[in-house]
Design a protein around this ligand. Structure first.
Ligand code: RUB
Length: 313
């Protein structure tokens, strides 16, 4: 195995093992890994480089099937390589594609925070689930403006991303309370607004996000609490189906003690889906939209890509 592939494998492995996690972060890491792979590729045949880049894209894509950010980051980073007639031109195209993707991903979070904070009434308690940088940046911006007086974070089993979230919010000076996931129904009634991130938004406006998000949305609807999704446009998917990632039962129960749960099969789905009827709005960097406007975001994002560029992955 050559050295550039080994570095790409390192990134793929880190995404699989969740050392790199969060939809935007895995998309950014994949884009960076492709640019690095292209830059350090040694060879003279442009066709071979295109084929190796696609192999690299497929390898990265295989790591977390639900996050469309990964797929979109790969497609957008490698867009245009077919039209290049030399190895140097392909390398330049990939580095340019990656830089463009990384810059727009970073800018999107700031723009989303600006738009989302305006939806949070002054003096609110905000409830959030899992660990979304887009949602947390919005909550922090709202806190700076005096719109947030406290935050409630769910623990987000089994990985307990709620610990990371609550540490970050508390470190920023926000009075923060963490609850176990089964307290969602009660905790949402202590909140004024729910703000979450997105792994994927499909063309019918369905949200895929960390397991438990749909329960928060249902509980929020029941309690009359607005449910806001913060999603960069590269989280939107033009695919008909979304594969819900299932991870090892060992994340839920101790694999060394099967005697604790004799005859029990453990099911460990990582994401769930929330119907658009439960979502008040989706805040993207292009504006605040209702879920039924998802197709226009998708058209905007992929409008310039050919069918071949959209369908090779
Ligand atoms: C993280 C998760 C986050 C979204 C959005 O799941 O569900 O809500 O990825 O995050 P996991 P961001 O920990 O399994 O990756 O806004 O940072 O992209």
């Amino acid at each position: 195995m050559d050295r550039s592939w080994i570095r790409l494998e390192d990134t793929a492995e880190a995404i699989s093992a969740m050392r790199i996690r969060g939809a935007a972060r895995i998309g950014r890491s994949a884009s960076e890994a492709l640019a690095e792979y292209a830059s350090s590729w040694e060879g003279e045949d442009p066709k071979e480089l295109v084929s190796d880049l696609r192999r690299a894209g497929r390898r990265l894509h295989s790591t977390r099937p639900t996050a469309v950010s990964l797929r979109n980051a790969i497609l957008l980073t490698l867009a245009g390589i077919d039209g290049c007639d030399s190895v140097d031109a392909i390398k330049e195209m990939v580095v340019k594609g990656s830089n463009g993707f990384l810059t727009s991903a970073e800018e999107a979070v700031g723009r989303i925070a600006l738009l989302a904070k305006a939806r949070i009434p002054f003096g609110s308690v905000v409830i959030t689930h899992c660990n979304s940088n887009a949602a947390l940046t919005a909550i922090e911006a709202a806190f700076t403006d005096g719109r947030v007086k406290g935050a409630i974070c769910t623990e987000s089993r089994p990985w307990r991303q709620g610990h990371v979230t609550s540490r970050r919010l508390a470190a920023g000076g926000i009075p923060t309370t963490m609850v176990v996931d089964s307290a969602i129904g009660l905790a949402v009634r202590m909140a004024d607004v729910a703000v979450v991130g997105a792994d994927t938004v499909t063309s019918d406006g369905t949200l895929y996000n960390k397991i438990g998000t749909s329960l928060l949305a249902l509980a929020a609807k029941d309690a009359g609490v607005p449910f806001i999704v913060c999603a960069e446009t590269f989280k939107f998917s033009n695919m008909a189906d979304v594969t819900v990632e299932e991870r090892s039962p060992s994340e839920v129960a101790d694999p060394l003690r099967p005697e604790d749960l004799p005859g029990v099969r453990l099911y460990n789905p990582v994401f769930d889906y929330t119907d658009r009827s439960l979502i008040d709005c989706i805040v993207t960097e292009k504006g605040v939209i209702s879920p039924d406007m998802a197709p226009s975001i998708i058209k905007d994002m992929f409008g310039d890509l050919s069918d071949e560029e959209l369908n090779w992955l």
